[in-house]
Design a protein around this ligand. Structure first.
Ligand SMILES: CC(C)(COP(=O)(O)OP(=O)(O)OC[C@H]1O[C@@H](n2cnc3c(N)ncnc32)[C@H](O)[C@@H]1OP(=O)(O)O)[C@@H](O)C(=O)NCCC(=O)NCCS
Length: 172
């Protein structure tokens, strides 16, 4: 399989992960997100087929947005002199595996690729956490892959805020 970054001239292939919003994003919005600098999308391709995709954008974890008990755990990851009101993060904006590839470990593999690439520091900027607003049904999947739940101070609707510490990725 090959990981490619979506470009404006990429000829989009059909993709079905069983979720209309995530299918629609890839079909109708992903290129516009790229062109308007809102998010980059990456495709995991198996020959001509898109087996999975995800998109990434900048984010931050802020003290004001999450419960004190969660913030204490996050603060503990830093020396006292670096106890700030927020910490830089990258958000996993969308994440989906095709129904044809489901439950074969591809989601786990795709998350490992993301974590490794982020740890390798390919960009020019810096961040500590990977965040996701997870579908409630997918929370166990993220927990199995090292994400922790956050309790937001404001009601979040039908998603669960979660984070992953990039520093917990072991060097290859
Ligand atoms: C969630 C998703 C990405 C997982 O991809 P996948 O390739 O099937 O995942 P993997 O094969 O790596 O892992 C499967 C494991 O996660 C668990 N899992 C996956 N989806 C789950 C779900 N919706 N609810 C509960 N557990 C789930 C499986 O039980 C399995 O556990 P096991 O390893 O103990 O057997 C995929 O189901 C998907 O694309 N769903 C629709 C879109 C979606 O919900 N995206 C997340 C948006 S936040």
């Amino acid at each position: 399989m090959e990981l490619i970054q979506l470009t404006s001239d990429y000829e989009m292939k059909p993709f079905d992960c069983g979720d209309a919003a995530l299918n629609g994003f890839l079909r109708d919005d992903a290129k516009l997100f790229l062109e308007t600098r809102l998010a980059k999308t990456y495709l995991l391709c198996d020959g001509d087929e898109i087996a999975g995709y995800y998109c990434l954008l900048n984010d931050k974890l802020s003290k004001k947005d999450i419960a004190n008990s969660d913030w204490r755990k996050i603060k503990k990851l830093f020396p006292h002199s670096k106890h700030f009101g927020s910490y830089p993060a990258v958000k996993l904006g969308r994440f989906a595996v095709s129904i044809h590839y489901r439950n074969q470990g591809l989601g786990k593999k795709m998350l490992s690729i993301i974590k490794r690439r982020l740890k390798q520091d390919v960009g020019d900027s810096q961040f500590r956490f990977l965040t996701v607003d997870a579908y409630l049904a997918a929370v166990p999947f993220y927990e199995k892959n090292g994400f922790k739940r956050l309790t937001p101070t404001q009601e979040q609707g039908d998603t669960q805020a979660m984070y992953f510490d990039i520093n917990s990725v072991l060097e290859p």
